[in-house]
Design a protein around this ligand. Sequence first.
Ligand SMILES: Nc1ncnc2c1ncn2[C@@H]1O[C@H](COP(=O)(O)OP(=O)(O)OP(=O)(O)O)[C@@H](O)[C@H]1O
Ligand SMILES: [Mg+2]
Length: 253
Amino acid sequence: MQTETEAPVTELLSFRKVTRRYGALTALAGIDLDLSAHAVTAMVGPSGCGKSTLLELVAGLQEPDEGIVDVLGATAAADRRQACAYMPQRDLLLPWRDALANAALALECQGVARSRARVRAVPLFERFGLTEFEHARPAALSGGMRQRVAFLRTLLQGRPVLLLDEPFGALDAITRADLREWLAAALADEPRTVLLVTHDVEEAVFLADRIVVLSPRPGRVVADFEVDLPRPRSVTSTAFAGLKARALEALKA
Ligand SMILES: Nc1ncnc2c1ncn2[C@@H]1O[C@H](COP(=O)(O)OP(=O)(O)OP(=O)(O)O)[C@@H](O)[C@H]1O
Ligand SMILES: [Mg+2]
């Protein structure tokens, strides 16, 4: 129950003048952003501009050197951690656990008993086209399947904010295109506050409600615009091409 002393829960994910340094290297400089809840925001930027750092700040795995990160009203790192499910840049499935046990891991870490965690994971395997692969080890799965298991594990945590760091980064072009359609459908089914990091502008226009473009390091916001296209989106439409060109232009500048 909320008491008078508690901060009100906001519907925003906010960065207030956020700067993050690693020693002499400034990764992010003066990030000021308000992102709406229940929307997909894509963060696009060149390699090394601080995208993963930004997700780790939201996830409460790092603290800013300056400024405040506010995740739906939570500003302390421990509270930010509670609000977020983080899918890191590499899939990080444990090779000795089968797909189901990997998916259940996130819940086990939250203190759910192993058998219960597995029972909760099973329906998602069906929904995500992974039935009959529950007992396969990661090495026996394709790259696309491994990413779906990693995504499923992220979703299963039941947190309001999903942080996806280059979810399709390591995949070939065809699998990538398949998976982004799949992710669009999964997010339409289950709307969450999503922060998606990618360096692929087309992926950003395909999936996001809003695109924030970062400069080369130190990352600063250089463009920020809405993607006001109906879903499902067609990459061949003129409007799609226009938004893609706009994001590319910002990236080049
Ligand atoms: N723990 C760390 N210690 C020192 N420097 C770091 C650390 N983590 C990141 N950096 C540096 O900070 C900068 C931003 O890194 P970050 O991983 O956030 O960038 P990124 O945009 O995610 O890059 P990529 O697109 O390659 O994944 C890089 O120059 C990186 O080398
Ligand atoms: Mg990164």
